[in-house]
Design a protein around this ligand. Sequence first.
Ligand code: C2O
Length: 535
Amino acid sequence: MPDPNARTAPNRRDLLLGAGLAVGAVPAPATADHPAPAAGPAKPFNFANNPPRKRKSFADLSDDELRTFCAAVGYMRNGSADKPLTLDNPVQWDQFVMVHAHHCTEAGQFQVHWSWFFLPWHRAYLYFMERHLANIVTAVLKKDGDTFALPYWDWENVREVPNTRARAAQGKPSPFFGYDLSLDALSEPLPFDNLALWDGYRGPTLEKPKLAPESEAGPVWGNYVKQILQHTSPEYLTSILRLPWPEFGGDEVISRDDGQGMLEQYPHNMMHDWVGSRHGSNRDMGTLRYAALDPMFYMHHGNLDRLWSLYPYTPKPATKPAWANQAFTFTDVDGKPVSVTVADVIKHMSVVTYAAPEAPSPAGKAMLEAVAALPKEPPKPVSEPLLEKAVAVAGAPVTAPVPAAKPAAQALLARGAGKKPVPAVLEFAVGPLAYLGRLSVRVFVNKPDATAATETTDKHYIGQIAAMDSHAGHRAGGEKASHKFRLPVTRGDSSFFDLVTPGEAFDLTLVPVGSKQALSHLKLTVKSVTLKLFE
Ligand code: C2O
């Protein structure tokens, strides 16, 4: 294994931020359009002889495993006094972070969010992070890197900034807040920086580490946290794990049309928000461009990847060349670019497995049982469009009628409103779309007077068309593509079917929210709203 400490130069993490993450050492695909394969000098990555790795819940790490993890992360971020790892080193943390930044906001770069590439690209990204850390464990820490695995944060069980159970039992706070050396009276000096897992741009604090409305300063975030709790719950995860691939894992990219799966749109975006978005400028976890700077990014994505590993059906797109043959470029531990296709990700990364959390919540345990008992085939959707015509939304609320005179749609509404809840989704096809920072358009049923001041606790509120802050406005300005957004509306989980009466007209009011500046930039067209049932 190559020594990551092969080169020397000043190490300044801030340089990267100062440079706006604008330059990268990694050759990236040459085209903005998805179907084209990645260009560049990268050689196909050789998956042979790579050790199997079993990832554990962060809560289940032993003290020893935690120290090794912190030491490796701390080294990759900052090097050490005797072995500096410089910022221009292609295996340094910030260089790795840039690979992610390129793939989310840079104009002309391959976009790996909002579509069926979301899960495979991030699976490969984690794989290489784990490989870099394992290499440091071997080459720098002189331990056995082959047994190293990235931990994951099972936020559906652990509703707070994660800590190991062993530390929590001793009353020691999460190492994500740094090591407190007055509490952590260690027999030997730390082999890493106290702040190996620290990030300065997080919302939750040492005093308020819990994902709970009471941790929040005001009703806006308090109410949002209620939605986050709902959409990261084992019950919600169970409900999306049983849906077909596009709804779970994202839509095929056709021309430039795409769509987030519900794993991305809800738990993914929302946990990013909870960790990173609070104050005006959403840094690190709150904005895609900087998110991977925070070590928590990898714990969060580890859980998303684990949830994918629980998905009971073969992803439909596995048979589609546009998905399977898509290549991505990463940096290997020798600093050289390597390429990996989606088909590689599916085939070879089965050597990475997930240990179930040792102490899941009762609901988390029930989720695992329910998912294991799912049939081998996903349910077939039946769908009907609801709107008569497209609706344009700018900075102000708009109401769109759903007429009674649409018999097929009305029949589907009646089925969804039936006694036995049928999994149901409202699918919004949105485009063109231009926005600044965060996208957030609330949807109300039969509430034409709803405004941005109407609380999300209002009984007419059914969800929002939303996306993470993307900082560089990749989707701003004249883009012609259309993007899917999905609202889960299954009776019992959502009030949608309580608000509509089958056979009668109703209306949807779309309420954009955000700063004055953001609202003045917002433009979107809702081309269609489709009700989909999965029986
Ligand atoms: Cu590429 Cu969670 O983002």
